[in-house]
Design a binder for this molecule. Structure first.
Ligand SMILES: NC(=O)c1ccc[n+]([C@@H]2O[C@H](COP(=O)([O-])OP(=O)(O)OC[C@H]3O[C@@H](n4cnc5c(N)ncnc54)[C@H](O)[C@@H]3O)[C@@H](O)[C@H]2O)c1
Length: 433
């Protein structure tokens, strides 16, 4: 494996492209990140990072001499040995992955005369690599290599995940292309899984599906716990200690969201359906998740009766802590459902400004959101919420009802402070006050 610095072009300056570019620069490679949004590129050129991802700003600043940003394709491609594609692949109306940005990048590539490797970082349906290979060949770019190198980082821990991965997956049509993509990662400790392109594409989709399945599984266990008097937090601890099962992704809550799981599950479902297979288990996983986001509304009604004119404080908007990503956040469904029930919705989030959430009042702090509220719902487990003086907050509420949608708070002190507390998959606790 060669360890000499390479020239890398990255197409897409989003969550994945920026982390990929900054981490490769940190490994000593020379990186140009290209995007199509002028404001985004201008901000990056001024040293401003347009997304919130812990550690990314420092990483970009530290590697400024090896990491540049451009709108210009020839400038990005100039001398590049690797052309990473990290553009978005959002769902189309039919649920299939929208690959239009991927095709745009392929078509934008100039008539390269030298060898380089196009590397797919974006999450794409199985079979995409083969189609890209054909398109490159049709354009006479048979000497240009192609590899699939899917991304497994999680928002909020993406820099750490990239530099300390569980594995690096490299699928290629030609061994030498796979070898060079693997060598580009020299300096990163982690097993390298080498395979064919289709399998690399499927590893990404299957890994996400497995994680989503665990989430929907524990949420269904939680719902049965509620009906039978068991406590899902204890249950998850008890099953997670089984080495065959493990503790990750066994936290019951409001369901998964974000830019990847919802769209990737739909894309895999449609990929299967388009191939003539009905993926029953995945369909159930998706359906359970949809219902899970709405269950909170039922819990609130159980405690408050009609929600019309009730004031509900949503604490946390981002789909998970340490990100400003609102794509498919459960808060969006919850706010929409509550507004439809006639409730007044006030929300707080430490990062997301929420200004574009139609009909939702935004508060500057959890305490401010709670004033006059009939109920609080913890939507995102922001660590800040563990430090709130809940007894003092309760004094300012109209009714002390707290739905802990992430099971993050100890219900006993809340109960002692007069709250009626309900988590997910745990017995409801009535306030003592
Ligand atoms: N967000 C994650 O944590 C994550 C994790 C693993 C995999 N992925 C996958 O990685 C891909 C990118 O995700 P993301 O969250 O970074 O998306 P994103 O929307 O944050 O960023 C995509 C960027 O690509 C840019 N773009 C569009 N067309 C372009 C072009 N022709 N040339 C250059 N740039 C162009 C967009 O302007 C945007 O800035 C998706 O396929 C996603 O499924 C994302």
């Amino acid at each position: 494996m060669s360890t000499s610095p390479s020239r890398v072009a990255v197409f897409g300056a989003g969550y994945v492209g920026l982390v990929t570019g900054a981490c490769f620069a940190d490994l000593g490679h020379s990186v140009v990140v290209r995007d199509v949004i002028p404001d985004r590129v201008a901000a990056l050129q001024r040293g401003e990072v347009p997304i919130y991802e812990p550690g990314l700003e420092e990483l970009i600043a530290r590697n400024a001499e090896r990491l540049t940003f451009t709108l210009d394709v020839p400038e990005a491609i100039d001398g590049a040995e690797f052309v990473y594609i990290a553009v978005g692949t959002p769902p189309t109306y039919s649920g299939d992955a929208d690959l239009s940005a991927v095709w745009t990048v392929i078509d934008e590539l100039p008539a390269l005369e030298r060898h380089c490797v196009v590397v797919m970082k974006s999450t794409v349906p199985v079979g995409t690599g083969l189609r890209v290979r054909h398109r490159l060949d049709e354009r006479g770019l048979t000497h240009v290599g192609y590899a699939s190198n899917p991304e497994f980082t999680a928002e909020g821990t993406a820099v750490k995940d990239f530099l300390h991965p569980d594995r690096i997956v490299v699928g290629a049509f030609r061994d030498e292309d796979g070898d060079s993509v693997a060598a580009l990662h020299a300096g990163i400790e982690g097993p390298v899984v080498r395979c064919d392109v289709a399998s690399a594409e499927m590893i990404k989709l299957a890994a996400n599906a497995a994680l989503m399945t665990r989430i929907s599984f524990i949420n269904e266990i939680a719902n049965v716990c509620e009906a039978t008097g068991a406590d899902v937090v204890r249950v998850a601890e008890g099953i997670g200690l089984d080495r065959r099962i493990g503790p990750s992704f066994l936290r019951a809550g409001l369901g998964y969201g974000g830019s990847c799981f919802p769209k990737d599950s739909l894309a895999l479902k449609q990929l299967a359906a388009n191939s003539g297979y009905h993926f029953q288990l995945l369909n159930a996983v998706i359906e359970v998740n949809e219902l899970q986001k709405r269950r909170v509304v039922g819990k609130l009604s159980n405690h408050l009766g009609s929600l019309r004119h009730k004031r509900i404080a949503l604490l946390g908007l981002a789909f998970k802590p340490d990100t400003d990503d609102m794509r498919e956040a459960p808060s969006l469904v919850l706010a929409g459902r509550l507004l439809a029930e006639g409730a007044a919705v006030v929300a707080w989030d430490p990062i997301v400004d929420g200004g574009d959430l139609h009909g939702v009042e935004i508060a500057a702090s959890p305490e401010a959101a709670a004033v006059g509220a009939d109920a609080i719902v913890i939507v995102t487990e922001w660590p800040e919420l563990a430090d709130v003086d809940w007894a003092a907050v309760g004094e300012t509420m109209r009714t002390r009802v707290l739905i802990d949608g992430r099971n993050m708070l100890d219900p006993e002190p809340l109960r002692a402070a007069g709250y009626t507390v309900e988590g997910i998959g745990r017995a409801a606790h009535d306030g003592a006050g």
